[in-house]
Design a protein around this ligand. Structure first.
Ligand code: FE
Length: 255
């Protein structure tokens, strides 16, 4: 299995603190059958800035260490970019790092409580550069929970999304779990990833999520997600189903 969202690089954000933590996380991943991880440290989130060149160096160091330790996991470079007005300019400056370094896919994170007004325009501009934005964990954004039609519009206009494994299995509460399921059912997401930060309270939980998907939606849906992760690291076009709006009435009726 491939995990496309993980804070495994040591000492540069709120994920692994030390190289030892990184090794522990890689071992935990391996226990879940994960052999490839895209390291996606925070960038421009108000606390952490991690530009492309720094990430590439650190990925090499972690891979070397994992080899020395005999841990058979490969780390690929990536970045979790908090949305800001100059994403395209900074991409041209070489500070923004697409997933795996040479794919067309770039992670975009929204603030947790709203979707900035310029989002639609910016995601359009990103696509004009030949990149495909992947909105990370839309299920944890309070504005999208209130106004799911916004997510529908963004996906309809070409954005992909990634739901977090532990959201789907209820670790972030019932409301987020329910919204995660509605996002899947409305064809509004394309990837499931761990967003793991450590091996205690923010662990991988990928197996649990994949079991849940298989039980709830069947093997086809499970393959859709696992194959999309493979297509992404090969920089191929991923599978997309036709997005549907989430009906708000039904959504509110559930609570
Ligand atoms: Fe993250």
């Amino acid at each position: 299995m491939i995990d496309i969202h993980c804070h495994i690089l040591p000492g540069i954000d709120d994920g692994a603190k030390t190289m030892e933590d990184s090794v522990e996380m890689a071992k935990a991943a391996l226990n879940e059958g994960i052999h490839t991880i895209i390291a996606t440290p925070h960038h421009k989130n108000g606390k952490f800035n991690n530009v492309k060149s720094d990430i590439l160096l650190l990925v090499n160091r972690v891979n070397t260490r994992l080899k020395e330790e005999g841990v058979d996991v490969t780390i690929l470079p990536g970045q979790e970019v908090r949305i800001f007005g100059e994403v395209v300019e900074d991409y041209k400056k070489g500070e923004i790092l697409p997933l795996t370094d040479d794919s067309q896919y770039v992670f975009i994170e929204f603030p947790s409580n709203h979707v900035p007004r310029y989002t639609e325009r910016l995601l359009y501009d990103i696509q004009l550069e030949g990149l495909t934005p992947i909105i990370v964990h839309p299920e944890r954004n309070s504005e999208l929970i209130e106004r799911p039609e916004k997510l529908y519009e963004l996906v309809k206009n070409g954005a992909c999304t990634q739901v977090t494994a532990s959201s789907l299995t209820g670790y972030f509460g019932k409301k987020i779990q329910k919204f995660s399921q509605q996002i899947i059912e409305a064809n509004l997401t394309h990837f499931i990833a761990s967003d793991a930060h450590n091996t205690h309270n923010r662990n991988f939980k990928m197996n649990e999520a994949m079991d849940f998907i298989e039980k709830q939606y069947g093997m086809d849906q499970l393959y859709f997600f696992t194959e999309n992760a493979e297509l992404l690291i090969d920089n191929q076009n991923i599978y997309r189903e036709i997005p549907e709006p989430i009906k708000k009435k039904k959504f509110l009726g559930l609570f």
